[in-house]
Design a protein around this ligand. Structure first.
Ligand SMILES: Nc1ncnc2c1ncn2[C@@H]1O[C@H](COP(=O)(O)OP(=O)(O)OP(=O)(O)O)[C@@H](O)[C@H]1O
Ligand SMILES: [Mg+2]
Length: 354
């Protein structure tokens, strides 16, 4: 079963002990545990810098432990072999799950919804709907896979203090779901500064297991780093820290078969003469780490979403809106394409939305 190595592979992961790793004896195992590295997975997704500090070893030693952990995961088929053939890669992609955003138009744009094994970034100005999409995803992720959910818990990391359980409750009610079950399935972490955020991301593997989450939302990813590292001199340090965090997130997405959704703001770029003079904050570091980038813009009462960067989505855009149901389709889209109910599970993308 191809799924075994990804989503169902947790059985194998739990069976593995940190001392099964080549070169890790009881003393090193203790050091690792003291540094918060409990499982083989924790070690495999660590970065050498972070680990060398944690266990007070050289970067080379730390890197060799990480490589040995990844080797063990490969040998036990939890991780892919270094080289896999393209047909195996395609099989692996098939174990990928998709979560509906709440708007079928937006799902079509994403060729079926938010993907696991990937990091999706929504960026746009204030009020463009980033947090609304995140709240809607909290409701939908709990739904069965057959109806566009992930049948899973959600981890919501809130760096701006804008998460509102009442809004999740309202969206759930408006969509005809029982809000109690849904609210119980969303684990919120309010983060106060950039170091706190980095720490949470470092330990995320444990939380993903604890909350059986297949979706991790970070709303927003860089506002804290941006606020704290403002001067030019600190920019390189900030980008380095962001880079470490984002790469850890990508490794988690792939290894745990989870979807990661991040939001990002825009800043004006005065050197743009043509087109939209705004761009996502965080520079290339965030841009290169995100698998998919979606730019959201207000357009009167509605919103426009545009795919900006994707390894396989065609360049396109679509309209959606925000209602009491959260991210939602425009009336005209629902009537044009049939009732919302009958369109469940549809992933056709042949019709241009805009
Ligand atoms: N209950 C609701 N019913 C309908 N629309 C709503 C509701 N709640 C919020 N909205 C719409 O969502 C908008 C806010 O969007 P959102 O909070 O997603 O912005 P954002 O992109 O996260 O902005 P920021 O950068 O400030 O975090 C509001 O201006 C309003 O138009
Ligand atoms: Mg917001």
């Amino acid at each position: 079963m191809e799924n075994e190595s990804q989503s169902g592979g947790n059985v194998a992961i739990i069976d593995l002990d940190i001392q099964d790793i080549e070169g890790v004896g009881p003393t090193t195992a203790k050091k690792l545990r003291d540094a918060g590295i409990i499982s083989v997975m924790d070690l495999a997704v660590s970065s050498a810098e972070e680990l060398s500090e944690g266990i007070n070893a050289t970067k080379e030693t730390a890197a060799s432990f990480i490589i040995s952990a990844q080797k063990l995961l490969r040998e036990t088929n939890v991780l892919d072999k270094e080289f896999i053939t393209a047909d195996t890669a395609l099989q692996k992609r098939r174990s990928m799950l998709r979560c509906s955003t709440g708007s079928y138009a937006l799902d079509d744009l994403l060729l079926g919804g938010i993907e696991t094994q990937a990091m999706t970034e929504f960026y746009g100005e204030f009020g463009s709907g980033k947090s609304q999409i995140c709240h809607t995803l909290c409701v939908i992720a709990k739904q069965p896979i057959e109806t566009g959910g992930l049948d899973s818990g959600v981890i919501y990391i809130d760096t701006e203090g804008t998460f509102r359980p009442e809004r999740v409750e309202q969206i759930a009610r408006a969509r005809g779901f029982d809000p109690t079950e849904i609210l119980k399935n969303v684990a919120i972490c309010k983060v106060y500064n950039s170091s706190h955020l980095e720490l949470i991301v470092k330990d995320l593997g444990k939380y993903i297991d604890d909350f059986k989450a297949k979706l991790v939302i970070i709303d927003s990813i860089i506002s804290l780093h941006r606020a704290e590292f403002s001067g030019r001199g600190t920019l390189a340090d900030r980008q380095q820290r962001l880079n470490n965090m984002l790469h850890k997130l990508i490794r988690l997405a792939e290894i745990y078969n989870i979807a990661i959704v991040i939001t990002n703001q825009v800043q004006s770029s005065p050197d743009t003469f043509f087109g939209d003079p705004t761009k996502a904050t965080g520079g290339n570091v965030v841009g290169h780490a995100s698998t998919y980038r979606i730019y959201l813009r207000k357009s009167g009462e509605n919103r426009i979403a545009k795919i900006m960067d994707s390894p396989y989505h065609p360049y396109s855009d679509t309209r959606f809106t925000v209602t009491e149901r959260g991210a939602d389709d425009l009336e005209e889209q629902t009537t044009k394409k049939g009732s919302k109910k009958s369109r469940k599970n549809e992933t056709d993308s042949d019709e241009e939305e805009v």
